[in-house]
Design a protein around this ligand. Structure first.
Ligand code: UFG
Length: 323
């Protein structure tokens, strides 16, 4: 298929583009490079540097790509920033996304695949979390993604645009070529690995008084290649709906640090800090629906494999991408 990927220069997008190309699809990447990196775009893809804020530009780009499917990663994704600058999140994640949706309809696109998040649920009533749990986001980031999910529902109903929306849990790891380099890094695993890379002398633990066995937050980490594979499974006609993507295993912050220590073969000093605002104590996915309906089966479900691949990439790219 011809696949139009927004945000294909970002962390998750770059690996998804690589996997789409490996699977034989033709890929056009559309990215404004505010968060992404030009060198994170697979050389086999066509690259369009442009903004989604201009509806004519994006419609022309989707038409020019003759896209059968759009895979939409481009977004702002920092919970903390969304609490201080909500307008940025609603403008980019909702308004610019709406431009893309209209462009997809105008260009006759058959399938729309969307990066959503477990942040659309807010703190869950129970774990593992299934897709039917109530969605009560507690920050503008999660709200902006939920608003887009709702637009997808109506565009399906009214314009017949088939969609798959994936609610990611914690994306981590790397492929051999592409890995995690955010200009402002807030994520746990890359922050931990800064220590053995010699870029930091300790990692901070945000909150040690949560109602969890060791007092630190529990998350469900999923390998970036497994996330990417799910997007490929979403492309065939008839596949439609909302799906969680996670492994169903929860690891506490302390457990993640321990796995990193084993991987790098040396101790990683920690400093205990107060809780970070907006962090739910425990988020663990049930991805049964994706397994049953899409045939999704993670290739790298173990945290040890995820961390090993992240470490391999960071060692090869200690400064991240050059651009
Ligand atoms: N943490 C630390 N120290 C750090 C970084 C993180 O203790 O240096 C803790 C956090 O407080 C949290 C856990 O490690 O308890 C995981 O934090 P991340 O920032 O790696 O991931 P989040 O679970 O906060 O966020 C992820 C995605 C977001 C998304 C969110 C909910 O990265 O984009 O899940 O979907 F919004």
């Amino acid at each position: 298929m011809k696949v139009f990927v927004t945000g294909g220069a970002g962390y998750i997008g770059s690996v998804c583009v690589e996997e789409l190309l490996n699977a034989g699809h033709d890929v056009t990447v559309f990215d404004n490079l505010t968060e992404g990196h030009r060198s994170a775009v697979d050389k086999r893809a066509v690259f369009v540097l442009a903004r989604a804020s201009d509806v004519e530009t994006i419609t022309a780009a989707v038409r020019h790509a003759k896209a059968d499917a759009v895979v939409h990663f481009a977004a702002n994704a920092q919970v903390g920033e969304s609490m201080t600058n909500p307008g940025k999140y609603f403008r980019n994640n909702v308004c610019n996304g709406l431009n893309l949706l209209d462009a997809a309809v105008a260009a006759g696109v058959k399938k729309f695949v969307f990066s959503s998040t477990c942040a659309t649920y807010g703190p869950p009533d129970r774990v593992p979390m299934t897709e039917d749990l109530p969605q009560r986001p507690i920050n503008p980031y999660g709200e902006s993604k939920l608003m887009f999910e709702k637009m997808l529902h109506w565009y399906r109903q009214i314009h017949g645009l088939e969609f798959v929306a994936f609610r990611y849990f914690n994306a981590a790891g790397a492929s051999e070529k592409f890995g995690e380099h955010h200009r402002v890094e807030t994520h746990l695993i890359p922050n931990i690995l800064q220590v053995p890379l010699g870029r930091a002398d300790h990692v901070e633990i945000f909150g040690t008084d949560y109602p969890t066995p060791d007092g630190t937050c529990i998350r469900d980490y999923i390998h970036i290649i497994d996330l990417a594979q799910a997007h490929i499974l979403a492309l065939p006609a008839g596949r439609q709906g909302f799906y969680n993507l996670g492994n169903g295993d929860g690891y506490s912050v302390r457990q993640v640090i321990h796995v990193c220590e084993k991987t790098v073969g040396r101790p990683i000093p920690t400093v205990e800090k107060p809780r970070r605002a907006g962090d739910p104590p425990k988020l663990v996915a049930s991805a049964e629906k994706a397994a049953h309906e899409l045939g999704w089966k993670p290739r790298y479900p173990k945290l040890e494999q995820i961390v090993a691949h992240a470490w391999r990439w960071h060692q090869a790219h200690p400064d991240g991408y050059p651009d």
